[in-house]
Ligand binder design. Sequence first.
Ligand SMILES: [Mg+2]
Length: 375
Amino acid sequence: MSVITRIDITHHQLPLDPAFPASWDPQPRTKFPATIVRVHDDEGRQGIGSGDAMYGFADYQRYFIGQDPLDLERHATVLANIEFHAGRPWPMDVALWDLAGKIRDEPIWKMVGGRGNRIRAYASSGVHRPVAEMVEVARRTIALGFPALKVRFGRPSIEVDLAVIKAVRDAVGDQLELMVDCNQGWRMPWDTQHPWTVDHATDVARQLHTENVYWMEEPLHRGDYDGMTELRKRVGIRIAGGELTREPYEFRELLDRECFDVFQPDCVCAMGISGLRKLATEVARAGKIFTPHTWGNGIGVMANLHLTAGTVGAPFVEFPFDPPEWSTARRDYILRDTIEADGDGWITLSDRPGLGVELDEGVLSATLTGRATFA
Ligand SMILES: [Mg+2]
């Protein structure tokens, strides 16, 4: 048995010029932060994770030093306890799975269930472009082979948002599935806008249903369980959410109360691979879709691809992609190789151990900083 000897946490920022005007953030982003977690064992191996800033985690590292890296259930329980007291420590869980994969010489998709190593990606856009440009984005998405495109709402007027969806649907017909993210579940710290009401969400949902939209994401605040149950009774469109919901009991409530058709927890933000591999099974058993949020850097994308492909699969999984502001080169700058879909939108996971990715140490040295902020 090897033991955990050290945990290193470093912050990095990629300067963004031009800036990235993320649709869910009122402040254009001039930096893309990434916090890298490295877990070392006494036989010279290293597991990596990323996804949260991990502020305050230094105080808890001693609960892992000297432990068997393969005791993943124990570590996940300790991480859930730490989450209750401070932050979202789940990049540590991903780093432990990566390390465990390297010890066992197995890829994570096999370790979590081995269901498969291929999954189809949907292009997840992130910029509020005008109508004509969004039509071009949709055409490009089809040309690249993606089966689906997620469009962001939240422009100053809902009429313009709806005009975008109508124009895109008119232009592409049934060549592309469309999803709409309303981003009402949570806010950036400085954003004080109120979430939508059930009646407003119902009006929007009915119009999206007319345009044959595959799912409507985060139409209400994440805690508005009554609202989501009511909305699902009123409308026929699939409702998606739960991307930053934290706790297993919250997901159980969301399942029991029929709040969602599509569950989107992200293993670098909540419950880790250890917790979500079980939740994925519960979601699938209830006849719902499990397809994680992956917006972040390439380590998070890869961790969620392994988790989903290896457990229950999904019709498609989120692939953050909206060039030029959000290219795979920017998204995956911490990695030696960018993660790409093939010409039909499929991503094939390798048999390399763990996550199967390598850090770009040169880029990490050049982008080293003391903070994990977006500006
Ligand atoms: Mg979302």
